[in-house]
Design a protein. Sequence first.
Length: 488
Amino acid sequence: MPKVIELIHSLTAAEGFEFVSTLNGGKSGKSLNHLFNLLRAHQGDWLEEHKKAVFEKLYRRPYKANKDYLLRGMFRNLSAKLDDFLEAKAVYQELKNNLNLQNYFLLKSYEDRKLYRLFDLNYSKAIEKAEESMDYMIAGALCHLAYNHVLLHGIPDEKTTDTLQHLQEKQFSFLSALFLQKNFSTLLYKPGFPVHNTPNGGAAIDFLPTSVLTQSCADYWALKIQIFQNKEGRIPLIRQCLQLLDENCPAIEQYEKERLFCEAVLALELATVGEYEAALNIYNTLLQHLDDLPKTVALPLICDYLITLLHVKNYREVSEKASKFKARMAEYPHYEMRLNIILAMSYAFRQDAGALRETLPQQTQNLPEFLKNFFRFLFAIQFYLEGNYNLALREMDNFLQKLRKMADPESAEKPIAAFFKRFFYLFDKYEADREEALTYLEKLQHEMIEYQLSAPEDLMDYLPFYWLQQELAEQVAEVRGLVLVEEN
């Protein structure tokens, strides 16, 4: 099926009418309009005879192979215009639904048109609204825009200097908050899944004001920025930050907030490298200060604490504590979804098929793709725990077929789904004696270990894969024990 037909069939009737109205007049516009209507009417597979029929209707002459380039050129032209149309629709929709983005482009327009008075009247309010909605990416961009504006057009006096310093500090505070939004709960969203910004309230973590910086505090600030800049070796940097704070900065007003921030990031990093007990010791202390933490820290911290409990196999404790935290998450749909996923995984590890079924969503069509994929694994696990091995196998088989059709050949879920399929196959299709079953399971276990050793680091702790490791280990131990009994 040519791309242009797929694009045309994706349009609603209203969008089709709107698109046609964008085509330029003249001979070219009329030809594209005619081609659009011909292709819109086409249904089913695209065969050679269909191409010839469209050519003859469009050019009013018999089709010839040496003139095929004419039709290909028209297809490319119409396809490019459809791409432009859909891109414009998407941008318009994004702007329509995102007040912070509207404010950014409005201020940029003021700057470009030299409407500096209007810029000065509106930029502070725009930054404040972005911060209130926890949209730290746009908040930081607004600060950058305002900083450059003030730097270029502000009167060179003490007030302008203070404004520039304030904007710079705010931008770094948004960097701090954005770091937390993008990095907390990586144990849940691995491999490499984006953690989207959460709408609604919350406050950023402020950096130490430069007006009260000693040299030691300046060293702390520099170290803190290095934490954001380094993907590896963060743990020693965070511990240095804590040491600098304790030794040199306890009298500063921001001290307690800064220390909680560093401890939260340290716990996250320790959990990420598998030092779960050390991370839990810090989490248990931080949970006593949840009300003292900004929501940008408190909510993801809760999620990471629960995920760390999963990794030390405290599954029942996860179920109990996740239920207690539900009220705190209720105002934030994004975090509420993450909490439900953790709760579902705890039931999967506990092999409680009924509770797992009740926790899973009834429909996933409106969720982001990475969450849809995550739930495919959970639905398959539910079928397996219920003894519906054929349904579990079919779920993974359909999932793999979908992944093979995706544009990304290196899909992170594909090898994991393949391991799941092979595991379910044993229970649904493979009729073998216990020794053959043990050989099959041990081979699968060995290949999963080899995959772990060669896979990117951020694939290691993907929770469905972790569940399969645990379940496979239990099955191997159980079947091996039965084989030993038979031999004796």
